[in-house]
Design a binder for this molecule. Structure first.
Ligand SMILES: [Zn+2]
Length: 179
């Protein structure tokens, strides 16, 4: 029998903020209160991410303008990375730049080749206020950069240019959620 709590089991699945929602396109605020409300938000983020079958989710994607994200994401070696970061800082993003398929729960069903560094390091805190450092390579490095971007009010299509950007904007406008 396991005695480890599974993230999100006490959380509530929240509606996702979609592309164009103001909270998605503005920088989030630093967390200053490491109390039970923060722990409940992290649980909600896990529950919502799992319900939507995502690999990462930032707080402003459920309408909370706070600097928190969660992840449950494989890297290119299929190693699973599971956790959360409060007040994250992307302290390193380096190595080769790889253009790979990237999607986002705030733009459901869409995907576009997006350039990201192959290595990333994020420093921040746990819900208990303990310092934490997260290293990622490959697809997990992509996830860390994507989630840190969210907290600055950026989405992946902000990195696109030319026909890739035009195509994804056209698809977003045509999507059932796009209007
Ligand atoms: Zn996203």
């Amino acid at each position: 029998m396991r005695n480890v709590s599974i993230p999100g089991t006490h959380g509530r699945v929240r509606p996702l903020t979609l592309l164009g929602g103001p909270v998605l396109h503005a920088p989030c605020e630093e967390v200053t209160d490491f109390g039970p409300e923060l722990a409940a938000l992290v649980d909600d983020l896990f529950a919502t991410m799992y319900a939507a079958q995502g690999v990462g989710l930032a707080a402003n994607q459920v309408g909370e303008p706070l600097r928190v994200f969660v992840y449950d994401c494989p890297d290119d070696e299929d190693v699973r990375h599971l956790g959360h970061v409060v007040n994250p800082r992307l302290v390193a993003a380096d190595g080769v730049v790889i253009r790979g398929p990237e999607g986002c729960l705030s733009l459901p069903g869409l995907e576009a080749g997006t350039e990201r560094y192959d290595h990333a390091v994020v420093e921040g805190f746990t819900v208990a206020g303990e310092p934490v450092t997260v290293h990622g390579t490959g697809f997990f490095a992509r996830c860390l950069q994507h989630e840190c971007d969210h907290l600055e009010g950026r989405v992946y299509i902000d990195h696109l240019t030319g026909w890739r950007k035009r195509r994804v904007l056209r698809q977003a406008a045509r999507a059932p959620w796009g209007r």
